[in-house]
Design a protein around this ligand. Structure first.
Ligand SMILES: [Zn+2]
Length: 80
């Protein structure tokens, strides 16, 4: 377990994405991902999506979450 809360969040996300990939489900829309339409970065731990649209929408959400996480981390740091 990582000490950094941002790292442990990413590790949890990676594990979830691998589990979802194992069930051939799209992490964004939840639909079955057909073998011929797998979209992603090439790493299963980054998620495998059913369409380019789902990949793009998920990437935007992931970036927003990371920005919020970094802001919370910085806000917590300045309080100490
Ligand atoms: Zn999808």
């Amino acid at each position: 377990m990582a000490d950094n809360p941002l790292e442990s969040m990413r590790e949890t996300e990676r594990r979830l994405l691998l589990e979802i990939e194992g069930r051939s489900l799209c992490p964004f829309c939840g639909q079955h991902v057909k073998p011929e339409s797998r979209i992603g970065t090439g790493s299963k731990a980054s998620g495998v999506f059913c369409s380019l649209n789902c990949f793009a929408e998920y990437s935007v959400l992931e970036l927003s979450d990371r920005i919020l996480g970094v802001r919370k981390h910085l806000a917590a740091d300045t309080r100490n």
